[in-house]
Design a protein around this ligand. Sequence first.
Ligand code: PRP
Ligand code: URA
Length: 209
Amino acid sequence: MSQLHIINHPMIQHKLTIMRSKETGSKDFRELLREISMLMGYEVTRDFPLQSVEIETPMCKMNGYQILGRKVAVVPILRAGLGMVDGLLTLIPVAKVGHIGLYRDEETRKPVFYYFKMPEDIQERTVIVTDPMLATGGSASDAITRLKECGCTNIRLMCLVAAPEGVRALQEAHPDVDIFTASLDEKLNDRAYILPGLGDAGDRIFGTK
Ligand code: PRP
Ligand code: URA
């Protein structure tokens, strides 16, 4: 079974609370999402293996560490996942970026697919899928299915706010995919929005409502 990692570092919880407030506008929302994404990146990459490397400081030789040949791809689910890319790239500047376009149909609440563009060697990479909201889990689950169809075998999901319903659905569909979130919220409402949540992440990032 996949693991659910709730990253409850005080800096992340503080910033997330500001993001949740309906008084917070798009500029601050975007900046906070970028900052939290970088901070969450520390936990998402915690298991990356190190190898010893000999270097010379101005004083003497020493054995230091470098990340062992780990190739990473950051894959945002459009649109809202885009808001988490820059923070991760600050931490992992050599990562490549793929894009998956999905939106949730308002009536059926099922994801509708519209775009897919990956780095050529995506199947060799550790893939970090980003999307701030894990609600029913339909979008993340479909995105991960498509990545697996491309041969990806090492996938993790980084979100900001997750509903228990979405976590359950994703763990059932993809038991090999660990989930990293800053909060496990209470539940979904009758429109499948997360409570207390933060509203519509895409609209808040891009100012479309
Ligand atoms: C939101 C969010 C997720 C999805 C979560 O995207 O960013 O992708 O809903 O819901 P689910 O877990 O029930 O699938 P939305 O469909 O609003 O598209 P947008 O990012 O383009 O606004
Ligand atoms: N998508 C969002 O942006 N917010 C939710 O609460 C649920 C789905």
